[in-house]
Ligand binder design. Structure first.
Ligand code: ADP
Ligand code: MG
Length: 292
């Protein structure tokens, strides 16, 4: 494209709330045939709230919530904030925690009164040699409603499940439909539970879901789609998403997301609305049409 048409295109982008970092990004966006969307904070608002506390025998609901919240108090994950806020709302005193540790994409662990507490995905418990089976019926019941189930174990024994729910952003479903109507395949990619992811995907009209993807595998999933000959756009907001944004042909960061994600991206969606991806594709198509 000519320098003039690029200037016009990036200018129109800025007016519409999308910051296009390079001429190359504007020239590539019209070729996208696949767009991968992160779930939390990208399709959803990313501010989940506590919805369910399900203790197993030997625990009360308050016990379970206070124990889990005490461990999550040291985590910066959005799921952690939901749980800590939920416990605060119920004025639960939180026990003292030592030896906090986080396992990226799986959960957190710490000691309370000398007993090890694990909080996170089935994979986290299984990795510590704890069989999550007694919790799995509760996990599935929460997940079919689109809630994220968070498992807890104390001293090697399953203790219960906490449910947390996030809401879909206004405009996510419309943006997915707009991309699909332009012939673009839309794929959801998330570290979250498979059933939870499928429930959210259904709400926004996404048919292809990559779930339970570990943070370090997200870029490889993008690469795999590229190996199928696809030109791939990726939209995400978190630190975990940065390598996948860099791997994609066009990486788009949510403007309210982490600095690392924004620095790894070609296009920033300032307000965070997914409609910005559609705008970028349309601007690129118009720019390339003008010069042909
Ligand atoms: P996303 O793809 O939404 O960014 P993450 O990779 O951050 O997801 O996390 C994947 C999964 O790991 C979560 O759905 C949850 O099961 C578990 N997990 C991660 N961090 C925490 C935490 N602080 N507390 C509980 N569970 C967690
Ligand atoms: Mg994330």
């Amino acid at each position: 494209a000519t320098p003039m048409s690029i200037t016009v295109g990036t200018g129109k982008g800025a007016t519409n709330g999308i910051l296009i970092r390079s001429a190359e990004a504007l020239e590539t966006a019209h070729k996208l045939d696949t767009v991968v969307l992160d779930k939390t904070g990208t399709i959803t608002n990313g501010t989940p709230v506590l919805t369910d506390v399900i203790p197993l025998a030997g625990f009360t609901g308050d016990d379970l919530l206070a124990t889990v919240a005490a461990v999550e108090n040291s985590s910066e994950h959005p799921l952690a904030s939901a749980i800590v806020d939920g416990a605060k709302r119920q004025h639960l005193p939180l026990p003292e925690v030592t030896a906090f540790d986080s396992v990226t994409g799986q959960g957190v662990r710490a000691l309370i009164a000398g007993r090890e507490v694990l909080v996170g995905s089935p994979r986290l418990l299984a990795g510590a040699g704890i069989d999550p089976t007694p919790l799995l019926a509760h996990v599935e019941a929460l997940a079919v409603d689109g809630k994220t189930p968070i498992l807890a174990a104390v001293a090697g024994i399953p203790a219960g499940v906490i449910g947390v729910a996030d809401t879909v952003k206004d405009g996510s479903a419309a943006a997915v439909a707009a991309l699909q109507s332009r012939g673009i395949d839309v794929v959801m990619m998330t570290g979250d539970n498979r059933t939870t992811a499928a429930a959210i995907a259904r709400q926004v009209g996404i048919r292809r879901v990559l779930a339970e993807v570990l943070p370090e595998h997200k870029a490889a999933e993008v690469k795999r789609l590229q190996a199928e000959g696809r030109i791939v756009g990726m939209v995400g907001d978190g630190i975990n998403d940065a390598p996948a944004l860099a791997q994609a042909d066009i990486g788009s960061a949510i403007g309210t997301g982490t600095d690392v994600a924004i620095e790894s991206s070609d296009i920033t969606l300032v307000s965070g609305a997914l409609a910005g991806v559609v705008t970028a594709v349309d601007l690129s198509r118009a720019t390339m049409r003008n010069i042909k």
